[in-house]
Design a protein around this ligand. Structure first.
Ligand SMILES: NC(=O)c1ccc[n+]([C@@H]2O[C@H](COP(=O)([O-])OP(=O)(O)OC[C@H]3O[C@@H](n4cnc5c(N)ncnc54)[C@H](OP(=O)(O)O)[C@@H]3O)[C@@H](O)[C@H]2O)c1
Length: 289
């Protein structure tokens, strides 16, 4: 049984709390993965222009046999796009690749281009320009909700001061051993739903001894514990898998973590590095509190 609870965004749109991540699933493989996940009961798919798999994601959605209106599809405007017209055009291109008339959620992928990720150079004005494009697309019903990703407090505050329509979501790195509680709190106080990306730390915490021990205690897998952790914190959680058996078990998270154990997980020592995955800016630089 796939977890099918939802949260509600500040504009009243409901968002399934469990979504399938699709980063690094190749375009020619992702259709089968998405189709299988939807047929199992997943209702939320997370992609991005940068994943270069929107075409395949759209094909999987079309072949799933499930009514489009029952699905929640997210894409993200590339981090390198810093201009109103380019952002608008990029989303038109995304819709065409996806084969959809609208997406459910459109995000600015990052407050800074990846080459400047977490540098001192902020792109406040450029983010406002891209945001204005998202507002236009929202008004035109090309997307049912708009939001941000990887935004820290300083970027959030500037955008909120200049946005006509306030962002509904902040999608950020959050998992056991690296949960940015201050950014989560700040985002929630601004009225946003927080989405936890890389809930399994891209695979880096699969063999973490203390997490394995806790998972054993609940007779669940490490990914199930990681996914349930996000749910217990009131976050949307976006595990990626291209393995049907993993996708199925990742959705089977109808158990409760005790309040005491949740505290232990929240306090777990911060992961030192992401090993081979440190090559990615999102893991190398993380998120500053
Ligand atoms: N906004 C952003 O900047 C941003 C950044 C990173 C990620 N994201 C989103 O968040 C999603 C998830 O993050 P992620 O892709 O970094 O990784 P993740 O979900 O934390 O971990 C994925 C890894 O865990 C493995 N895995 C998953 N379920 C498993 C299971 N039941 N048993 C064993 N191994 C399992 C996967 O391998 P298999 O495929 O073999 O199962 C893969 O190696 C992304 O796909 C993307 O949609 C967004």
């Amino acid at each position: 049984m796939i977890w099918n609870e939802s949260l509600t965004l500040h504009n009243g749109v409901t968002i399934p709390q469990l979504g399938l991540g699709t980063w690094e699933i190749a375009d020619d493989k992702v259709a089968d993965v998405v189709k299988a996940a939807i047929q199992m009961g997943y209702r939320h798919i997370d992609t991005a222009q940068a994943y270069e798999n929107e075409r395949g994601v759209g094909e999987g959605i079309a072949k799933s046999g499930v009514d489009r209106k029952e699905l929640f599809v997210t894409t993200k405007v590339e981090a390198e796009i810093r201009d109103y017209d380019e952002a608008l055009q990029s989303v038109e291109d995304s819709l065409e690749r996806l084969g959809l008339d609208y997406v459910d959620l459109l995000l600015i992928h990052s407050p800074q281009p990846w080459d400047d990720f977490r540098s001192d150079r902020h792109y406040f004005e450029e983010n406002v320009k891209v945001w204005q494009a998202l507002e236009k697309l929202y008004k035109e019903k090309k997307t049912r909700a708009i939001g941000i990703s990887n935004f820290e407090v300083i970027d959030i505050d500037y955008l909120f001061d200049h946005a006509t329509i306030k962002p509904m979501v902040n999608q950020i790195l959050a998992h056991i051993s690296n949960t940015p509680f201050d950014v989560i709190k700040h985002s929630q106080e601004k009225g946003m739903i927080v989405e936890a990306y890389s809930p399994i730390a891209h695979g880096e915490i699969l063999h973490h001894p203390e997490i394995v021990k806790m998972a054993d205690k609940y007779h669940v897998s490490v990914p199930q514990l990681c996914i349930r952790y996000g749910i217990e914190l009131g976050l949307v959680t976006l595990p990626k898998s291209e393995n049907p058996a993993h996708i199925k078990s990742n959705g089977d998270v109808n158990f409760e973590i005790s309040a005491e154990d949740l505290e232990v997980l929240k306090m777990m020592e911060r992961i030192e590095n992401y090993g081979q995955f440190d090559k990615y800016s999102v893991f190398k630089h993380g998120i500053n509190q």
